[in-house]
Design a binder for this molecule. Structure first.
Ligand code: NAD
Length: 515
């Protein structure tokens, strides 16, 4: 059994995963919960990993109250001291990297290397947040009035609600939580109900550090549940910021609920990412970038490459190289490093993949590499599918939508302007790339006339962003930015201050108000 071969049971034990878990924690003891039982099955081999009692409204309210109290204490701790706690979290993650990476891979179905990579991103964001805890600075500016000083400063915003997706079960939480914590906020995390065990493991790790440092309960909270907990969070005015990662369908609901109460939302939603392949592209690099982007995490990354927009003169060459590369792909258990492609998350995802294949053909698409479900020896669950390639038009309904599976669409272009138009002509705006050796093309692609996405790359693919940059996308991707750069400003409220150190009180706009 894969569990024995790959040491999954040992990993679960070292992470403190029990058979039946409670679904709420305020960072101290686990809180007894009485919601539906959520069972987490591995897409790798279909076996049960563990069960958890979901949280219900009563637990939700109790946790929000505790978080509220914790906020009044946590925000008083100086930012660099909060950073010290985050530094310890990073160290603890270093020690648990192997076990947590394995669990992420086993529960989500991504390759072990990607599971470990996800934990490394958590460690990296901790390091980033520690440095940032000494740099939460605003501007000073010159006042128009004599003997006045003006500056702006950033204060903690309150409770940050984090709703996360299944495909990055742990990293996306840390991108939000570690930054929010150094900003002086407290967090409530509702992870995907498809990957609850990875979230429980993270909460255990964080709780150890909080307890050792005598941090009050409620600073970092976990609530396991489905969309109902997410709805409670998005409607709750006590949660100052909702950072939600997931489908555009979910984001529209969360955005509307948070907007209706004039709260702040940070939305990280679906993508429909393309690579433009110019006739001057280095095709060796191009094929590596395109194949990794399309089949990595079995096409279940928000930044997965879904469309290749290829110059007509090299179209046939690229097509045959892709075919050759796809023929060499090894599909099977993601825990086995020999495999390139693992399973989809669940049966529902397999159905959506099959539906998309039917639809692309119905709309006139032609198979370059035919898809299909894989079964038999080496496929221990019904979630393994073949990465597929179809020639398609950008205007097809199915091409305009994000299918969270390894399906790649090929299309031709003649001029660079046309290629950029095609790239932008979808509702989503997350990641984009151009493969070219032509400076004019790459600069046009990066200019205001170029890609309309939050991420635009030259000579690398669409997937795999570094934590140092602000991450996110435009249009139906939601407009949010998280992780590096100045994304921390989302997690704080900005205040402009004017101080008069003179003996007169000149009014703004030259108004005279003498008496
Ligand atoms: P999903 O939308 O089904 O679920 C995401 C989260 O939202 C889950 O925790 C879910 O319980 C919760 N949720 C669902 N409906 C809700 C509602 N009405 N109110 C509040 N919460 C609700 O997404 P998924 O299948 O877990 O993840 C895949 C999607 O996430 C893809 O579209 C992918 O592109 C997107 N994604 C985007 C990014 C990004 O940074 N842009 C990163 C990862 C994933």
């Amino acid at each position: 059994m894969s569990q024995d071969i790959f040491g999954i049971q040992a990993a679960l034990k070292s992470l403190g995963i029990k058979d039946l878990h409670q679904g709420a924690s305020t960072g101290m003891e686990w809180i007894k919960t009485s919601g539906d039982v959520i069972s987490s099955y591995s897409p790798v081999d279909g076996l049960l990993i563990g069960k958890v009692n979901a949280a219900k409204q009563d637990t939700y309210d109790a946790v929000v109250n505790i978080a509220n109290q914790a906020f009044s204490q946590w925000r008083q701790i100086p930012a660099p001291k909060r950073g010290e706690i985050v530094r310890q979290v990073g160290d603890r993650l270093r020690g648990k990297k192997e076990a947590l990476g394995k669990l992420v891979s086993y529960e989500m179905g991504k390759s072990l290397q990607e599971g470990l990579g996800e934990v490394q991103e958590m460690i990296d964001i901790c390091d980033f947040a520690v440095g940032l805890s000494r740099q939460l600075h605003g501007f000073t500016m010159h006042s128009e009035r004599p003997q006045h000083r003006m500056y702006e400063q950033y204060h903690p915003i309150g409770i940050v609600g984090i709703i996360s997706a299944f495909n990055f079960p742990v990293a996306v939480w840390s991108w939000n939580a570690m930054i929010a914590l150094i900003c002086g906020d407290v967090c409530i995390w509702k992870p995907s109900e498809k990957t609850p065990m990875s979230a429980i493991a993270c909460q255990q790790i964080l709780s150890e550090v909080l307890k050792e440092n005598n941090i009050p309960e409620g600073v970092s909270n976990l609530l396991i549940g489905d969309f109902r907990i997410g709805e409670l969070m998005s409607h709750d005015p006590r949660l100052s910021l909702i950072s939600a990662t997931g489908s555009t369908r979910m984001g529209k609901k969360v955005g509307a609920a948070v907007g209706a109460r004039l709260g702040r939302a940070l939305l990280e939603l679906g993508g429909n990412n393309a690579i433009i392949i110019s006739e001057t592209a280095d095709l060796k690099m191009t094929i590596i970038g395109a194949v990794f982007g399309a089949i990595g995490t079995a096409g279940q990354r928000c930044t997965s490459t879904r469309r290749l927009i290829i110059h007509e003169r090299i179209y046939e060459d690229v097509k045959s190289r892709l075919k050759e590369a796809y023929n060499q792909l090894k599909i099977g258990s993601p825990l086995d490093p020999a495999n390139h492609v693992g399973p989809l998350i669940d049966q529902n995802a397999v159905e959506l993949y099959l539906k998309a294949i039917v639809q692309v053909k119905k709309e006139g698409g032609k198979a370059v590499v035919e898809g299909g479900v894989l079964n038999g020896k080496g496929f221990q669950s019904a979630c393994y599918v073949k990465p597929a390639i179809y020639e398609a038009e950008n205007s097809f309904e199915i091409v305009q939508a994000e299918t969270f599976a390894p399906i790649l669409y090929l299309m031709k272009y003649t001029t660079i302007e046309e290629a950029i138009f095609i790239q932008n002509n979808v509702p989503q705006g997350l990641s984009s790339a151009i493969m070219t050796s032509n400076l004019r093309e790459s600069e046009l692609f990066l200019s205001h006339m170029g890609s309309d996405c939050g991420i635009a790359n030259v000579n690398i693919g669409t997937s795999g962003a570094e934590i140092g940059g602000a991450f996110g996308g435009e249009k139906e991707t939601g407009g949010g930015r998280e992780s590096g750069s100045d994304a921390w400003k989302y997690y704080m409220r900005r205040q402009t201050n004017t101080i008069n150190y003179g003996t007169d009180l000149p009014l703004a706009q030259g108004i005279q108000f003498g008496f």
